[in-house]
Write a protein that binds this ligand. Sequence first.
Ligand code: C2G
Length: 733
Amino acid sequence: MVSIIVTHKRDLFYLRDCFESIKEQEFKDYETVLVIDHTEDDMDGIIEEFKDAINLKVYYLEDKSGVAAARNLGMDKATGEYIFFLDNDDYLYGDTIKNLLDVMDEDSDMAYGVMKHTWFRREGYNENQASQDEEKLEFLNKFAFDNPIEYRLQRYRKLDKLTVLAALYKKSLFTDNNIRFNEKQTYYADPLVVIATLKYAKNIKCNEEAVYIKRHHNDKLNNPAISQFTREETMPDFFVAYKNSVKMAGDNKVLSDHLNLILAKFITKEYVNKLRWSEDERWAGEYYKGLVECARGFNTKAIKKHALKGNDFNRADRKLVDRFIEGDFEKVKKASLKVLAVRKIGKMFENKKVFNKTIALHVFNKMKLKENYIVFESFMGRNCSGQPKYIYKYLQENYGNKYKYIWVVDRKGVEIEGKHKKCKRMGLRYFYYMNRSKYWVNNMRQPLSLIRRPETIMLSTWHGTPLKRLVFDMDDVHSANPRYKEIVYKQTREWDYLLSDNPFSTEKFQSCFLFEKEKILEYGYPANDPLYAPDKEEKAKQIKKKLGIPEDKKVILYAPTWRDDNFYEAGQYGFDLDLDVNRMQELYGDEYVLLLRLHYFVVDKLDLSKYGNFTVDGSSYDDITDLYLISDILITDYSSVFFDFANLKRPILYYTYDLDKYRDVLRGFYLDMEKDLPGPLLLTNDEVMDAIKNIDKIQEKYKDRYEEFYNRFCSVDDGNAAKRICEKVFDLQ
Ligand code: C2G
């Protein structure tokens, strides 16, 4: 029998996935030993539900606490011949335990599987996103099965990565050798046990088919996993764990060399940065001393050997390690600056962006700030549009030469009216202007690495009223960069003002960005100003002409949003056109033109050639406000475009063919799609075609709801948003 030991302290919402995955194990002869560590969660329901299904036995830690004590108790209570540790926030494939057992025989006392990392619940688990380790695996395969210890160790070259998870053990390996977790430690409880098992195990097997899925917590700030606490919090335990592990390794060369490697990596990669950049003085004090103690008895030859094996220790690194062994702080400090300098220079020549950033920091940032420079950026330099465009336009028209206007553009041929300069995002000129300009106006997030001066004023306009949950209001984050929450938190701290279009956005921005209300300007959206302009009909005629749409044809604008899980890489998304354009053309080709506008993240190009004049590709058209002006009907899904379009009071249809997935798995919404929207949710093409036919009836049916919606979301916009904002943010005197 296998005893699966699960420890639980908090985060009940993760535990269901863990239990479900135990329930689905193909190998059935197991017990689940759940050790509860003084939790505040109400466990009764879940225990009752899974009691029989996973042969659950529940124990409570009484006078002790912590994962080490919980696992020790779990081992004491385990009655199986084998034990397997499973954290309450992780889960398994159905064949994980079976695959591990398959490779074990009479003589073997442990078997390793592999660990894959995910940011998602089981429901949204995506093999492609989780298998980021694969490349690493290929590299590691060369150590493969003839040397399982090396194989295991090479995966984990940081102390906190040495884990007991993803492995099946004979219980006797622990009991015969008295291997236990150190209950005095909150962090780094695993390394000592890992080293001990590797030391005492006589026969270790591996099976790459046995997968353990480790779930990262995407909100380090509010809900960190043990491994996500800051170094400063965990350093005291680091020292204890390291020293105990070295003692345990004893004269086992493979293990002690590996611990040397871990320490050398820590010193040369992490410590140097802490010493240089951290404001915490302990890095020069007690942590430094702790590391010097750890480095005693250090085997420099092992480091040289590792260097030969391609573990990237250059001469400066090795010198620094030597200085640590000598233990003279001033020399350590000097050597660590050298390590950083060597690395920086290396990177500067490898990577142009690093070169530019370095010049920015040391040169541009020291030049005089230009009080009248304003940098504008819209959709990461894709075009001149959105709120920045209309703020720019207002300033150009009313304050012309008072300012120098700089546009960040990333594509050739972006049309920008008025006198201005251009610079390419992340290029040298970009850094020059960013570092010298007093004002930054941006409708998305600025690069994390951008260093701003205290005097810089950053106006974030954002790009829409949120329907889809954002950042801290999201549970799982399914976009290509799962570090989203952490990154956005840092970026938004830099914003001096954030624009909002309505009281609803003001409220949501506070929770989703953890942002202060005082900095939110609920002044309306400048990009919606043209929707209130007296000459908007005239303007619409010109736009239609520019797009080659006959004046007598009505326009249906289809503007869907992007899908978080349909991507090639960060910022590069795919899109599958579900709308039956053929049918629409057959039915309504005489009366309408279909204007297709994909989200700016979507890189897929639509082939519309077969539809002749019925379709117009508006995806690369700069400014969606122009497209609103000429459209008689908007079809969208979960895109915030409808909040803006509603200013025109024209009919809106929602083609939400994947509503359940989008709402329940990918994002979740702030509004009740069924109750709050000013138009119908259409799930099939039949319904879309019908709705177009009956558009007058729909307008009538949704009249009251539209009115309510308009009052709630559009009532701040009045055509003067740009003016209000400029008067508040810029020094116009
Ligand atoms: N947009 C567009 N064309 C589309 C979809 C969107 O031009 N087919 C533009 C619109 O200006 C819209 C903005 O991108 O207001 C945001 O689009 P969403 O589809 O809502 O997507 P997202 O970029 O995820 O922003 O608070 C708003 C949210 O952040 C959503």
